[in-house]
Design a protein around this ligand. Structure first.
Ligand code: PRP
Length: 188
């Protein structure tokens, strides 16, 4: 059945079902790697709001996954309302609990040039956690400006300006249940 798309959206690139499958596959990998260890899922706001919660739920439904899972959020911004990252990452809101001695899994919606993740990984590692790993729903490895380690990847993202499932353009389109390509004429 043809889906009616909101104005401004050209086409769906990654459907809700494909996102769900990717999140569940990541949850299975995370469950296997962390087994019985307590874990802090650290979602990076705002973009990773949906993937963090969906990953937490998928983990809870995955046999053998850690049962001691804390959920925390951190907010950073490097894009603001711009299309391109400034490369200058700004901490908007810190974690609500200390991470010293904890196994921390950063959850991101997308890694593009890598500046945001590089900043976060360095900042968090300096706080002496037991470990820091990263799970990313959408990876654009061909766009890296700075090398970062990504431990769990949902989908390699097409080379388009994408919105939906947490990703915005000027704060719009975050709540779409899929990842979509924006109509190029909207990009200013
Ligand atoms: C987006 C996204 C990542 C970052 C990735 O955040 O959520 O955190 O950009 O880009 P990079 O790899 O090029 O650094 P943004 O700064 O747009 O803030 P938001 O999540 O609040 O939309």
């Amino acid at each position: 059945m043809q889906q009616t798309l909101p104005p401004g959206i050209e086409r769906v690139l990654i459907s809700a079902d494909e996102i769900d499958a990717a999140v569940r596959r990541m949850a299975a990998e995370i469950a296997r790697d962390y087994a019985g260890s307590p874990l802090v899922l650290l979602g990076v706001l705002k973009g990773a709001c949906f993937v963090t919660v969906d990953l937490a739920r998928a983990l809870a439904e995955t046999p053998g996954a850690p049962t001691d899972v804390a959920l925390d959020f951190i907010a950073v911004s490097s894009y603001g309302n711009a299309q391109r990252s400034s490369g200058e990452v700004r901490l908007v809101q810190d974690t609500s609990h200390a991470i010293e001695g904890k196994h921390v899994l950063i959850v991101e919606d997308i890694v593009d040039n890598g500046h945001t993740l590089h900043y976060l990984q360095a900042m968090l590692k300096a706080r002496q956690p037991a470990s820091v790993r990263t799970a990313v729903l959408l990876d654009k490895p061909y766009r890296r400006v700075i090398d970062v380690t990504v431990d769990y990847v949902g989908v390699t993202c097409p080379d388009e300006f994408v919105v939906g499932y947490g990703l915005d353009y000027q704060e719009r389109f975050r709540t779409l249940p899929y990842v979509a390509k924006l109509r190029p004429e909207l990009l200013s």
